[in-house]
Design a protein around this ligand. Structure first.
Ligand SMILES: C[C@](O)(CO)[C@H](O)COP(=O)(O)OP(=O)(O)OC[C@H]1O[C@@H](n2ccc(N)nc2=O)[C@H](O)[C@@H]1O
Ligand SMILES: Nc1ncnc2c1ncn2[C@@H]1O[C@H](COP(=O)(O)OP(=O)(O)OP(=O)(O)O)[C@@H](O)[C@H]1O
Length: 289
């Protein structure tokens, strides 16, 4: 008997917004450094249902413009604009687009918000411009924009290797997470450049991870470089199993229920922005629970 696997197509929600979710790195091992300076990693990516919201409006000319977005990011440097140009160049498409970015994810937080915005833009414009690229082709373009873009393009929770481009989909438990966003931007490049960073971890297997081997090799460096992250980490670690996502600054803990997550959220000190979100094995961009 044939098994029908649904083909999922990214689509806007009922308000016309294309969702760009956050990711968490449930573990992060740094195995070594490549000749180009990039680090070889092992990681586990899972999405959460906290999202930026992107809107795309048709234009009659061929200009690519960001009409609304984060004030800290000049429009021409915004990853949504860079993704749109990259798709236009790769396909020879001469269409234009107006993009509005309704930002909900903290920036420079290890939640991959910019990468997710780029991935959502690639999917949305591939449909709106009718450029017809495959997911593989979009992921390849995405990788040139950032190491985290491919997992958002593929939209499945994954075991990741290489610099994050070798992805194997995984089905994981989907707990409620309390996410703390200490108010600082962590410079990913500076964390990877730290001489004290552990960069010779032995590779592990998915089974090792599922049995509880879930360290983040960047944690010590980030806590040493950013006292404000250490303060938030200590607070969370006193109450739950605290983890760092990516190179931070965001921290998270899995809780058994929404009510327990909400209860802990209510206790978070006022100076630490925080939210509760549900883990998802399929990106909310693809519109399924
Ligand atoms: C740490 C993770 O968030 C884990 O998911 C990602 O690997 C980082 O992905 P990202 O933010 O998209 O990072 P990129 O913008 O590609 O890289 C920023 C900088 O971090 C350093 N970098 C990044 C990723 C990596 N595997 N090795 C590195 O050494 C490089 O100096 C690079 O110039
Ligand atoms: N649309 C965008 N949203 C957020 N940041 C953007 C965007 N476009 C460009 N950027 C730039 O990218 C940087 C990293 O943003 P992002 O939110 O992806 O960081 P991050 O969560 O630390 O990601 P990662 O986990 O991939 O390191 C920002 O500091 C900002 O300068």
């Amino acid at each position: 008997m044939a098994i029908l696997v649904p083909v999922l197509t990214p689509r806007p929600d009922t308000d016309g917004a294309w969702l760009a979710p956050a990711k968490l790195n449930l573990m992060l091992r740094v195995l070594g450094r490549r000749a180009d300076g990039y680090h070889r990693l092992q990681t586990v990516f899972q999405f959460v249902d906290r999202c930026d919201r992107l809107y795309f409006d048709h234009r009659d000319d061929s200009r690519i413009e960001r009409l609304e977005g984060p004030a800290e990011v000049p429009p021409e440097q915004d990853l949504v604009v860079r993704a749109a140009h990259a798709l236009a160049e790769a396909t020879g498409c001469r269409s234009g687009i107006s993009i509005r970015v309704d930002k909900h994810l903290p920036m420079g937080g290890g939640l991959g918000g910019g990468s997710s915005d780029a991935a959502t833009t690639l999917h949305a414009l591939n449909q709106l411009w009718g450029t017809g690229l495959s997911v593989e082709q979009l992921a390849e373009i995405g990788l040139r924009l950032g190491a985290d873009v491919p997992v958002f393009v593929r939209g499945a929770a994954a075991w990741g290797e290489g610099v994050g481009e070798t992805l194997v989909p995984v089905e994981l438990p989907t707990p409620w997470y309390l996410v703390l966003a200490p108010p600082c931007h962590v410079a990913t490049a500076a964390v990877f450049a730290d001489p004290g960073l552990t960069r010779d971890s032995a590779p592990i297997t998915l089974v090792d991870f599922l049995r509880g081997n879930a360290v983040n090799d960047c944690l010590r460096t980030v806590l040493d470089q950013y006292p404000i992250v250490r303060q938030a980490f200590d607070w969370l670690a006193d109450r739950a199993e605290a983890k760092l996502t990516g190179t931070g600054a965001c921290l998270f803990a899995a809780l058994p229920s929404q009510s327990e997550a909400d209860q802990l959220l209510a206790e978070v000190p006022d100076e630490i922005p925080a939210f509760v979100a549900r883990g998802r094995n399929r990106s909310p961009l693809f519109g399924v629970a």
